[in-house]
Design a protein around this ligand. Structure first.
Ligand SMILES: Cc1cc2nc3c(=O)[nH]c(=O)nc-3n(C[C@H](O)[C@H](O)[C@H](O)COP(=O)(O)OP(=O)(O)OC[C@H]3O[C@@H](n4cnc5c(N)ncnc54)[C@H](O)[C@@H]3O)c2cc1C
Length: 286
């Protein structure tokens, strides 16, 4: 099938983009970023936006920089930018580990980090990273700018706190201390498929004990989130099999897994046990 008819707009500045969005949002106007989720849904006529505001010509949205202790990722930065470390230290390395789990090379060449956040697929790897690290996004509109914390951003399957006329202009991730250990583990049926469950673990080893643990899960519930029960099981424990298994068991008990035609909630819960422990093992080996 071909997409339904739409009007195409190509702003050159952020100001033009948000002015156009203000005009067309009431008529189901949408941002077009990498098109890797939007265009297929339009081709299937699951989405029929009357207007597309293509942000690919807005040079200012191509920024990828470290400022104020945060990695700032502009709306036009592609997944493929993360094939190489984009910043010093464990954060740059973590992002290169994660990116290879997103789809396939041609999709990574077009799809954007911020597009994944705006699309808010429950299994999005970048959404999991944002949630795990307590990142934030900057939403711009003709009315002004607001900063939305990760925990307030994701509102359900493919639903976010973004308003119809808002452009997700950039995402910000906190830089990680140089001794932060990070591990990511994803289970999917085939390479490039969406995750059926994924875990991201980070911690610091202070005097032989786990400090500042973070455990977050993606692809399990409607949104990725940190799992406080698993983090409590790790805090102050000696890094190793006993603590990692306890955290994985706590995560398993804490989640309310989604169910779909191929994956039961019980199976997803079993996956949580495995991916959490393996993410922690990878962090320990890092
Ligand atoms: C075969 C296949 C496999 C895939 N596998 C994975 C996978 O394993 N993991 C994964 O995370 N993703 C996967 N994807 C999706 C891919 O990562 C997309 O690139 C991503 O979901 C959307 O980014 P995009 O830039 O292409 O956004 P688009 O497709 O352009 O837009 C998606 C939605 O977000 C909105 N939007 C985009 N950018 C903005 C913005 N800056 N401000 C406001 N709204 C915005 C659009 O209006 C639209 O509603 C897959 C896609 C395909 C086709």
């Amino acid at each position: 099938m071909k997409p339904a008819a739409f009007r195409y707009h190509a702003p050159k500045t952020v100001e033009e983009a948000v002015a156009m969005l203000a005009e067309v949002a009431p008529q189901d106007g949408r941002v077009l970023a990498g098109g890797q989720s939007l265009v297929p849904t339009m081709a299937f006529r699951l989405a029929k936006p009357a207007h597309l505001v293509d942000i690919n010509g807005v040079a200012a949205l191509n920024c990828l920089t470290v400022a104020g202790g945060k990695l700032v990722i502009g709306a036009c930065v592609r997944h493929a930018a993360f094939h190489q470390p984009v910043c010093e230290g464990p954060l740059g390395k973590l992002l290169t580990d994660v990116v290879h789990h997103i789809a396939h090379f041609p999709i990574r060449n077009r799809g954007t980090f911020c597009g994944s956040l705006a699309h808010a697929d429950p299994a999005s790897e970048w959404a999991l990273v944002l949630a795990a690290l307590d990142g934030e996004v900057v939403a711009k509109s003709a009315r002004g700018e607001r900063i939305i914390a990760a925990r307030d951003f994701f509102k359900g399957i493919m639903t976010t706190a973004l308003r119809d006329d808002e452009l997700l202009a950039e995402a910000r991730l906190p830089m990680l201390a140089t001794d932060t250990r990070c591990g990511f583990y994803e289970f999917s049926r085939r390479a490039g498929d969406f995750a059926m469950a994924a875990a991201l673990a980070t911690y610091r080893n202070v005097g032989g004990k786990i400090a500042e643990p973070r455990i977050a899960l993606g692809g399990v519930e409607v949104n990725p989130r940190r799992i406080a029960e698993a983090e409590r099981a790790l805090d102050g424990a000696e890094p190793g099999d006993k603590a990692f298994r306890a955290a994985a068991a706590a995560a398993t008990a804490a989640v309310d897994p989604m169910e779909d035609i191929t994956t039961s909630a019980d199976f997803r819960r079993d996956l949580v046990l495995a991916v959490t422990r393996r993410a922690l093992e990878r962090a320990a080996a890092a």
